[in-house]
Design a protein around this ligand. Structure first.
Ligand SMILES: Nc1ncnc2c1ncn2[C@@H]1O[C@H](COP(=O)(O)OP(=O)(O)OP(=O)(O)O)[C@@H](O)[C@H]1O
Ligand SMILES: [Mg+2]
Length: 450
């Protein structure tokens, strides 16, 4: 079933239900605003109505304490040079992302800074709901390891998000894309620890949040390789009271989603722990969670790597060759053991994220890292650092922020595939239009058999 509808056909009826005229919704929003002033985070259900869709007015009233800026489309056009191709950063499931610049000329009090503007390619209410979830969750959650949402634009059919600009883009790019220098061991660990701290914050909040879409492309890196989680469109409030899980439609990304979640739709914080284990494996091996271009028994990273994770003699077989052996063997063993536990079939056997941080952080101090010679040459004539035969220096490439600048061999593998299934109702398409064709709809059976 195509979700694509004309702007008017999806917007108008809902606008008439939830627009300015809806007194009930306005009273409700004001109540929510009061609740928010009491510094309690609003859950998604607190904010959402029966169909969950808020009008621009209701959304801004609900989020009154969150310091989010509400931009106009015209302001964001100026910020991004009319969404010019030279400002284009990349494109994910929801639409293109552009670099921009804002300052207090755009909004009084706004710090002068680079921003990333995500333009949602809306195709229906579900697209709006994920956009709204992102605004509601990220608008209220602030932590050094979560990307900062600066504001949004909600004008007619337009939905945009304005984030702090993350200078080094996504972990996915650094691990898997050509022309990026291989990440050194300590940088990989620093990223794993940072992302894990982001999950600890979510899981241990007064009102816990399950992130549900932990994957390499959603881990963004600042200029110092500090990792921050982005994309809260699939985030869910954790179970309340005596409940052990929340029941949801199964959504996430193939290769990262926990097996019991795919089978039952029961979502717990341990589903995020499984996904963390997959990303940790990607960091250790330099391989994608699913890579259809590899021989069949190597396509599913977890299945391929699992037998080697708890075996000191086998571990080096799966470590990323581009590390060239320059990692702490003790540290790699510990990290692999963590990954093994995270990837346990039984969610109860998986560690809590705080335990994972406690184990991974000390590995940053382990200095049994072999230093390999890195040879480069200096021109005898002009002193340029390339071109003639004089050997000059060595470098171990293990500084947190240092990289050995060499071109890496092209890594294959297409984007991960988004999965979406109504529990008990078979498959349900929910991915945006431009990824729709390329992202396979996958059944539980297919996932389990890989
Ligand atoms: N705040 C940001 N700063 C810098 N670059 C960003 C920022 N947010 C996103 N990007 C970049 O924009 C591109 C698209 O990101 P987006 O989150 O839309 O998609 P994705 O994570 O690749 O895929 P998915 O839809 O599965 O989440 C990525 O290359 C990402 O690195
Ligand atoms: Mg993303």
């Amino acid at each position: 079933m195509s979700r694509k509808k004309s702007k008017a056909s999806w917007w108008s009826p809902l606008a008439s239900c939830f627009g300015r005229g809806d007194k009930v919704s306005q009273i409700r929003s004001k109540k929510l605003a009061m609740k928010q002033k009491s510094l309690q985070r609003l859950s998604f259900s607190d904010v959402s109505h029966s169909t969950g869709m808020l009008s621009p007015e209701d959304l801004s009233i609900s989020l009154v304490g969150s310091n989010l800026y509400v931009f106009t489309l015209a302001e964001l056009k100026v910020a991004t040079q009319s969404f010019s191709t030279s400002n284009f950063i990349g494109e994910g499931g929801f639409g293109p992302v552009y670099k921009g610049f804002v300052d207090d000329k755009v909004k009084p009090g706004l710090k002068a800074q680079s921003v990333a503007v995500k333009l949602l390619d809306l195709e229906g209410v579900q697209g709006h709901m994920e956009w709204q979830a992102e605004v509601i969750f990220l608008g209220q959650l602030r932590h050094p390891h979560l990307v900062k949402l600066i504001g949004y634009c909600y004008e007619e059919e337009h939905r945009l998000l304005v984030y702090e600009f993350m200078a080094r883009g996504s972990l996915e790019n650094h691990l898997f894309k050509r022309f990026f220098a291989p990440l050194p061991w300590l940088t990989r660990l620093k990223i794993a620890v940072g992302a894990a701290k982001g999950l600890v914050f979510l899981h241990e909040a007064e009102k816990p949040v399950i992130y549900r879409d932990f994957k390499a492309s959603n881990i963004l890196l600042d200029s110092d390789y500090k990792a921050k989680l982005s994309d809260f469109g699939l985030a869910k409030d954790g179970p309340e009271g005596d409940d052990t899980h929340v029941s949801t439609r199964v959504m996430g990304t193939q290769g990262y989603a926990a097996p019991e979640y795919i089978m039952t739709g029961h979502l717990t914080a341990k589903s995020d722990v499984y996904s963390f284990g997959v990303v940790l494996l990607e960091l250790l091996t330099g391989r994608r969670s699913v890579d259809k271009s590899r021989p069949s028994r190597e396509q599913n990273l977890v299945e391929w790597a699992r037998p080697c994770l708890n075996d000191a003699r086998k571990l080096n077989r799966i470590m990323d060759p581009s590390l060239e052996g320059q990692y702490s063997t003790k540290g790699a063993l510990k990290a692999a053991a963590v990954a093994y536990q995270c990837l346990s079939q039984n969610p109860k056997s998986r560690p809590h994220m705080s335990t994972i941080v406690e184990i991974l952080e000390p590995i940053l101090e382990m200095d049994d890292i072999p230093t390999g010679p890195f040879v480069y040459t200096v021109s005898a004539e002009n002193g340029n650092e390339e071109g003639s035969g004089k050997t000059k220096a060595t470098e171990n490439g293990q500084h947190h922020h240092g990289h050995r600048h060499k071109r890496r061999s092209p890594r294959s593998g297409s984007r991960s595939e988004t999965l979406s299934r109504d529990v008990g109702n078979g498959l349900h398409r929910n991915s945006p239009r431009h990824l729709r064709e390329s992202r396979a709809q996958i059944t539980t059976k297919e996932l389990c058999c890989k």
